[in-house]
Design a protein around this ligand. Sequence first.
Ligand code: TRH
Length: 380
Amino acid sequence: MPQVNTRWDIFCTVVDNFGDIGVTWRLARQLVAEHAVNVRLWVDDLRAFEKICPQIDASLQQQTQQGVEVRHWPSEWPQADSADVVIAAFACQLPGAYMDAMAARDKPPLWLNLDYLSAEDWVVGCHGLPSVKYKSVQKIFFFPGFHPDTGGLLREHGLLERRQTFQQDPEAQRQFLQELGIDPAPGSQLISLFAYENAGLASWLDVLAADATPTHLLVPEGRILGDVARWLGADSLAAGALHVRQSLSVQVLPFVRQDQYDQLLWCCDFNAVRGEDSFVRAQWAARPMLWHIYQQDEDIHLDKLDAFLNIYTKGLSPAAAEAINGLWHAWNAGQPIDTHWLAAREHWPELQKHAEQWCLEQALQADLAAALVSFYLNWI
Ligand code: TRH
C-alpha cells in the first residue's frame, strides 16, 4: 500500500474545551491503526489532552501513545522536518520555521486545513479548494461533513458493529455502568448530559422529576454543573455526587476516556451532547439526542444548527420534525424546554427508529480518515 510509511504531522491548538484535541487525537489514532501511517500529533496544551486520555504525561515533550508520536508544541519551536502530509486542525497557524521546512522539501507536502464540521450547503463547494499559499506550498481546505462530496465524519472501522453488539448485551452494559459506579433503579430511562451552561436546564429537570417514568441523569463534570447544582440547591457538585428529587436521580461522573464516553452514550436512551466530537459520537450511538452547539460571534452557529436540523429531520413525520426543531432551538436559546421535551416524547418510537436510520445512512459515506488518505493518494 503506497501510504505505508508516509509521515503525517497534525497540529492542534487547544482553543478551549475538548473538541480540538478530541478530534485530532481520534484522527491520529485512526490513521495509525487503520492506515499504517506515521503520525506526529503536535499539541500546545497537554493538560486538556490528559483529561480525555489519562495516560498522557503532560510534563513530557515527546511520548508515544497508541502508536501516535505525541509532541508538545511549545511556543519556542524545536526545529523539526516537515512530514509528507501536514494537517493544520481548525485553521491553526503553523510555526514559521515549520512552514520554511515545508517549502524547503524537494516535493512540497500536502498541506491541509482540517475545518470545523458544518452541514451548511457551501461546505460541499469549498471542500478540496485551494486556500493560501506559502512560497511553493499550497494549503487546501478539507471539510468534514454529512454529504458524500465532503470529507465525511470520523468513524473507526467496526465502530457500528461494536456499538450494536454492546447495545444488544444488557450484562455488558450493566458491568460497564457498574465500573463507573452507576446503578440505575430498574425501569429508569438513562440520559447523559454534556452541555455548556444553559438557563433552560431547570425546566427540563422539573419535568423529568415530575415524570411517572424514573430517570437516571448522568452528568460528566463540566460547564453545566453550576446549573445542575442550582436546581438541586446544592452548594457545589463533584464527580461521585448522587442526588434524588422525586423521579429524577442526578449523578455526576468524572471525565472518562473517549472510548468509555462512547460506551456511555451507547448505554443511554437519550444523549445531550455539545460542540463537535460528542455530537458526532451521539449520532453513531443511534439514540435520540439533543445538540448544544458551540456558540459563535454574531450567532453564526444558529445557521449551522438550522443546516443540520434541515437534513436530520428530513426523514421524520412533520409532527416529530416540529418537536425536534422546537426542542433543539429552545435548548440552544437557553429557553425552557419542558413543553418541547414532552412534545418529543410523544414521538419516541419514531425518533428511536430515526436515530438508527440516520446512523446507518451516515455510515454509507467514507469516514474522514479514509477520505484524507484517499485524498493524499490522488494528490501524489
Ligand atoms: O469540549 P467541546 O465543547 O469542544 C468544542 C467544540 O469542538 C467546538 O466546536 C470547538 O470550537 C470548541 O471545542 C473549541 O465538545 P466536543 O467537541 O464534544 O469535545 C468533547 C470531547 O471530550 C470529545 O472528544 C469527547 C470527549 N469526552 C471524553 O473523552 N470523556 C468524557 O467524559 C466526556 C464528557 C467527553
